[in-house]
Write a protein that binds this ligand. Structure first.
Ligand code: PRP
Ligand code: URA
Length: 209
């Protein structure tokens, strides 16, 4: 059932500890989310297909690998996923960007959709759905359902912090999706927040409450 990778790199782990700190302010929090996303994407994209192309160096002509095909689509789950986009675009500036707007109902914790727009066509692309937080898993499962309904096939999901509940739910719903997790936390609390987590990722990125 499903497959996931925990990103053990010390730089990723260090930066995650920094964003957990409640004293980390909006500006620094935003920068760190972007940096973590870039480091995670570097690892998560190591299987992107390449093809040899002819390049003329100052010395001679050679065949040398470049990313093949239709490349990448990055799809953040709004709002908090937006914070990860620029980190990935720093590595792959030609990637297309889709958006999936979901918010969790504060009482039921079920996701509600308010905006969705994907690059078209999307079926030939590697699609990386991003959201810093995987809590109950409801938002990630719905977002990936939407991507699949629009023809998405090769899908990866990247989150910075996951709860075991969300990870299990996502792997069960989408066993074909490769999942990349910065850190796997202990559990959810009674409000479906991740413990120890980092609080509300959207509020901390955008300075709202
Ligand atoms: C947060 C987070 C995820 C979702 C995770 O978003 O960014 O999208 O909750 O929870 P789940 O796994 O239980 O679905 P939220 O709904 O708070 O919206 P926001 O990003 O606009 O703040
Ligand atoms: N969404 C967040 O932003 N944080 C959590 O801990 C759970 C859902």
């Amino acid at each position: 059932m499903g497959n996931y990778t925990i990103m053990g790199h010390p730089l990723i782990q260090h930066k995650i500890s920094m964003i957990r700190d409640k004293n980390t302010g909006t500006n620094e929090f935003r920068k760190l989310i972007e940096e973590i996303a870039m480091l995670m994407a570097y690892e998560a994209l190591r299987d992107l297909p390449t093809e040899d192309v002819e390049v003329e160096t100052p010395i001679e002509t050679c065949m040398t690998p470049m990313i093949a095909g239709k490349k990448l689509a990055v799809v953040p789950i709004l709002r908090a996923g937006l914070g990860m986009v620029n980190g990935i675009l720093a590595l792959v500036p030609t990637a297309k960007v889709g958006h999936i707007g979901l918010y969790r109902d504060p009482v039921t914790h079920e996701p509600h959709e308010y905006y969705c727009k994907l690059p078209d066509p999307i079926d030939q692309r590697t699609i990386v759905v991003v959201d810093p937080m995987l809590a109950t898993g409801g938002s990630a499962v719905d977002a990936i359902n939407f991507v699949k309904e629009h023809g998405g096939k090769n899908i990866k999901f990247m989150c910075i912090i996951a709860a075991p509940e969300g990870l299990n739910r996502l792997m069960k719903a989408h066993p074909d999706v490769q999942i990349y997790v910065g850190q796997l936390d202990r559990c959810l609390n009674e409000n479906a927040y991740i413990c120890p987590g980092l609080g509300d990722a959207g509020d901390r990125i955008f300075g709202t409450k």
